[in-house]
Design a protein around this ligand. Sequence first.
Ligand code: GLN
Length: 293
Amino acid sequence: MSIRDDHADGGPGARSGGGPALTVIDAERASIAAGLPRAEAQYLLQALLGVSRAWLIGHDTDLLDAVTAERFRHWLARRLDGVPLAYLTGEKEFFGLTLRVTPDTLIPRPDTELLVQWALERLDGPRAPRVVDLGTGTGAIALSIKSQRPDADVRMVDFSPGALAVALDNAQRLGLQVDAHLGSWFEPLAGQVPFDLIVSNPPYVAGDDHHLDALKHEPRTALTPEGDGLADLRHLIEGAPAWLRADGWLLLEHGFDQADAVAAMLRARGFIEVETRRDLGGQPRATGGRWPG
Ligand code: GLN
């Protein structure tokens, strides 16, 4: 006969997980000591507690409940392992929208907002313009455009079912009516009429770029087409004219050193008014042109 020891088993009465009791300021100090900037620790605490930064500062000696303290310790360890903040909290701000993000999607970057601004400028003329965002990920670009242009017919395309599910969830949460198509680039558009604007932030990092090490938690297929990084940009430039109406626009994000190559490909394909725009850091980040038809 054996006597079961609930305590040793982790059953009732056993002390589960958890370290010592933790106040808000303890949590911040522990993070700083471990090498995480205070602002990031505060961001994580804000997300866990659902409070503002001002609240945290005013309540720095408040004790975190055991579950929150444990979740904080877990997030801190994951963050120190390089997991992006947005994957821990599950959300990211983009163009004034709060988007859900998961490891199925690239985390939207502030630099990509320039593509949205540019698209909105180009859509200033036509009423009820038709727009497609190829490789939409979280839906960031498509949903930002739709939020500013409710009259636009906006479509999101992604080959990843996980990403497209996130994009659709974001559309629903934000109450934005857009269509989603599962498939690779232009493929799922078969049967659609031409567009006024095609926009894309495709994978463009070169396969051997050392920056990919720091981005290892994001889906590799969203970051790089491997090789020199230009394959998907080339595919989009080759294919776009078949899907653009006369005077329609193709706007593409690319790497800081790819503007000349992208502009040359656009011109060679017959695009006119080819122009490059710079990101917040001053790097050439997006290039586009008009299809004369
Ligand atoms: N801008 C991203 C980065 O360098 C890459 C995004 C992309 O490949 N489309 O972190």
